[in-house]
Design a protein around this ligand. Structure first.
Ligand SMILES: C[S@@+](CC[C@H](N)C(=O)[O-])C[C@H]1O[C@@H](n2cnc3c(N)ncnc32)[C@H](O)[C@@H]1O
Length: 228
């Protein structure tokens, strides 16, 4: 599945090499996560803007356009966990976007890079005790969340279905929602991420898409799965 869909902003080609090293048996899964963290950590921690500290290459207006559609998946008050929270910018801005449509969310974050979780705690001291360090694939949460957002790029390609299983079984609260994205399918001639996940047997409860702010031929997508 390596390279099937592009959803990693600028780190994509580097991470594709790491995927291939895992497939060749040169590294194990712990090594995969360590190498990804070695790329992401210094790049985000050394970045000059809050958006870049969350791995986003645009400005504040671009962030609203690119991430704002996650708010479309939020349909009621509740707790929200951002898996891969980086510096916490999505936690912070999603609260504002939801408030603007009359929804009150309580944000939480999880990141595999301890220094990024520390940065998020420093930026958002009011939520410092809600920001956790761990690998989304194996993390045991101290509570379940009504809304959980994640990206499947956070685990090696062969573990993506396991990540969906784990998040739905152990992290999303009963009657809660797993939100996947924002991502863009790289190749319109191949199955998109939503179709791949549906093919794993999950029912897609809803989805939204909007064109990229500047690359208008590219659709940015989010979809979600509801827990019984
Ligand atoms: C592109 S940033 C996402 C920033 C922001 N949440 C957003 O919506 O754009 C990806 C973050 O996921 C974290 N991450 C990657 N793999 C992870 C894993 N297996 N478990 C938890 N966090 C992970 C990275 O350290 C990084 O901070």
């Amino acid at each position: 599945m390596t390279g099937d869909y592009r959803f990693r902003d600028r780190a994509g080609p580097l991470i594709a090499e790491i995927d291939e090293a895992l497939e060749r048996g040169e590294i194990d899964e712990a090594g995969w996560h360590a190498r990804v963290a070695d790329i992401i950590g210094p790049a985000y921690l050394g970045a000059a803007t809050p958006q870049a500290q969350s791995g986003f290459s645009g400005d504040a207006a671009g962030w609203v356009h690119a991430r704002g559609l996650i708010a479309d998946a939020m349909d009621r008050d509740g707790t929200f966990l951002d898996v891969g929270c980086a510096n916490g910018l999505l936690m912070e801005t999603l609260v504002e976007w939801c408030a603007a449509k009359g929804i009150r969310i309580e944000p939480y974050g999880l990141d595999i890079v301890p220094e990024l979780a520390a940065l998020a705690r420093t930026r958002l001291p009011q939520w410092a005790d809600r920001i956790f360090v761990g690998n989304a694939l194996t993390w045991s949460p101290p509570l379940r969340f009504d809304f959980v957002r994640a990206g499947l790029e956070y685990v090696p390609p062969r573990r993506r279905r396991d990540l969906v299983d784990h998040l739905l079984a152990d992290v999303v609260a009963p009657r809660g929602r797993l939100i996947l994205g924002v991502y863009a399918d790289a190749d319109p001639t191949r199955p998109g991420l939503e179709e791949i996940v549906r093919g794993w047997g999950f029912t897609i409860a809803g989805h939204v898409a909007r064109p990229h702010r500047t690359r208008v031929e590219e659709m940015q997508r989010v979809f979600w799965i509801d827990r019984a």
